[in-house]
Design a protein around this ligand. Structure first.
Ligand SMILES: Nc1ncnc2c1ncn2[C@@H]1O[C@H](COP(=O)(O)OP(=O)(O)OP(=O)(O)O)[C@@H](O)[C@H]1O
Length: 363
C-alpha cells in the first residue's frame, strides 16, 4: 500500500498555564493513499487534535506525522506552506468568509496562492459545478442552507487541488438528509478526484456509509482500528461496541432479551452472520442433521462494503445432547454466544446491549 498519511508514535500534551493535559498518547496509524479513513470517538477523545497535526495546526509533543513523504510535524517556512497547499480542510461550522460571496470564498485560496485570474475563474466554475452550486455563485453565505454552506466549504478546500482532505465533523451540524448528501459528495471527491480523506466524526453512520477503514479513539489513544467491515462485524473494545450498536440493531437489548427468554424456553444462542453464510442454509442444515428445532427469535443481516454481516438470536429445542451437538456444529463456522436465563428482576445488565452478562462463548 502507498501511505498518504503516517502517524508514528504521536503524543500531544497541552500545557496552558501549567495545567498539563495529555490529549494524544502514542498514536500509530497509516492512512492509505486514495482511501477514506474515519476517526470516531466521543467528545474529548483527541480526534480533532490528531487531525490538526496533519496540516500542522497542532504540533505533536513527540512522534512524527508524515504526509506524502513530508514530515509535517517538524516542517517550517516554505516547506509547511507547500505541504498545506496539498491538504484541504472542512469544518463543522463551515468557516466561510461572510463578507464574500460563494464565488469569492472558493477563489480565496487560489488568490492567496497567486494563481492567475483566468485560471481561478475556470477552477471555481468547475468546482461550483462539481458541488452543484453554479447558480449560487453570487450569493452570500448567510443566504445558504447548512448543506449548501458545507458544499461551498468543500469546493474551497478542493481549490488548490489537494491530495488530502481533512474533514472535522463536517456533517455534525446538519440534519440526517443533508448529512447523507454531504457524505455522498465526499465519496465523489474521493472517487472522482482521487483525494485521500481523513474524516473525524462522532457519527458511526457516516463511517458506515463512506469509510474504508476506521480508528476508534478514547482518551487520546487508538483503542481499535481496521477495515469498516471488520470493526463493525466484530467490535472488540467496549467503546467500539457502543458506537456500532448505535447504528446496527441486529442484537437485542437486555430488556428485549428478557422478554424473549420469558416466552422461549429452549436453548438461546446468538450467532454472528458473515459472508461465509451468504448462500448457505446453515441453520436448516444444522436442524436437520442434529434433529433439533431452530427458530430465529431476533436479528438481522446487513450489507457493508458489499459483504454480509449481522447477528441472529435463535432458539434451539431438542434433547440436551442434540442441542449440544448442534451448537458445536454452528460454532465451527461462526462465533456462538449462549444466552443464560434472564436474571431476576433488578439483576445486572450489560451497558452496551450487545451481549448479556455471564455470556458463554463457544467460539
Ligand atoms: N489548545 C488546547 N489547549 C488545551 N487543551 C486542549 C486544546 N485543544 C484541545 N484540548 C483538549 O484536548 C482534548 C481533546 O480535544 P479534541 O478537540 O481533540 O477532542 P475531540 O475528540 O475532537 O472532541 P470534540 O469532538 O469535542 O472536539 C480535550 O479535552 C480538549 O479540551
Amino acid at each position: 500500500m502507498t501511505t498518504a498519511i503516517s502517524f508514528q508514535g504521536v503524543s500531544k500534551v497541552f500545557d496552558p498555564d501549567g495545567a498539563r493535559f495529555q490529549a494524544l498518547t502514542d498514536v500509530d496509524l497509516d492512512v492509505e493513499k486514495g482511501s477514506i479513513f474515519g476517526i470516531v470517538g466521543y467528545s474529548g477523545a483527541g480526534k480533532s487534535t490528531l487531525l490538526r497535526t496533519v496540516n500542522a495546526l497542532e504540533r505533536p509533543t513527540s512522534g512524527r506525522v508524515v504526509v506524502d513523504g513530508t514530515e509535517v510535524s517538524t516542517a517550517t517556512g516554505t516547506d509547511i506552506y507547500r505541504a498545506r497547499r496539498r491538504i484541504g480542510m472542512v469544518f463543522q461550522q463551515f468557516n466561510l468568509l461572510q463578507s464574500r460571496n460563494v464565488y469569492k470564498n472558493v477563489a480565496y485560496p487560489l488568490a492567496l496562492a497567486g494563481v492567475p485570474r483566468a485560471e481561478v475563474l475556470d477552477r471555481v466554475e468547475e468546482l461550483l459545478a462539481f458541488v452543484g452550486l453554479t447558480d449560487k455563485a453570487l450569493q452570500h453565505p448567510r443566504t445558504l442552507s447548512g448543506g449548501e454552506k458545507q458544499r461551498v466549504g468543500i469546493a474551497r478546500a478542493l481549490a488548490t487541488r489537494p491530495d488530502v482532505l481533512l474533514s472535522d465533523e463536517a456533517t455534525s451540524a446538519l440534519d440526517p438528509e443533508t448529512t447523507g448528501e454531504v457524505v455522498e459528495l465526499l465519496r465523489r471527491v474521493n472517487e472522482e478526484y482521487g483525494v485521500t480523506i481523513l474524516l473525524v466524526t462522532h457519527e458511526m453512520e457516516v463511517v458506515r456509509r463512506v469509510a474504508d477503514r476506521v480508528a476508534v479513539m478514547e482518551q487520546g489513544r487508538v483503542v481499535e482500528a481496521g477495515t469498516v467491515y471488520d470493526v463493525f462485524s466484530r467490535p472488540q473494545a467496549r467503546t467500539t461496541q457502543r458506537f456500532v450498536s448505535s447504528v446496527l440493531h441486529h442484537v437485542p437489548s437486555p430488556e428485549t432479551l428478557d422478554r424473549i427468554r420469558a416466552t422461549h424456553r429452549g436453548r438461546i444462542v446468538q450467532l454472528h452472520v458473515t459472508d461465509r453464510h451468504a448462500d448457505d442454509a446453515f441453520l436448516s442444515r444444522v436442524a436437520r442433521e442434529h434433529g433439533v428445532d431452530v427458530t430465529v427469535v431476533y436479528g438481522g443481516v446487513s450489507e457493508l462494503q458489499s459483504r454480509l454481516f449481522g447477528s441472529l438470536t435463535v432458539e434451539l429445542r431438542g434433547s440436551d445432547a442434540a442441542v449440544d451437538a448442534a451448537v458445536s456444529d454452528l460454532a465451527r463456522t461462526t462465533p456462538v454466544t449462549a444466552v443464560p436465563p434472564a436474571p431476576a428482576q433488578g439483576g445486572a445488565r450489560t451497558q452496551t446491549g450487545l451481549a448479556p452478562v455471564e455470556e458463554v462463548s463457544y467460539a
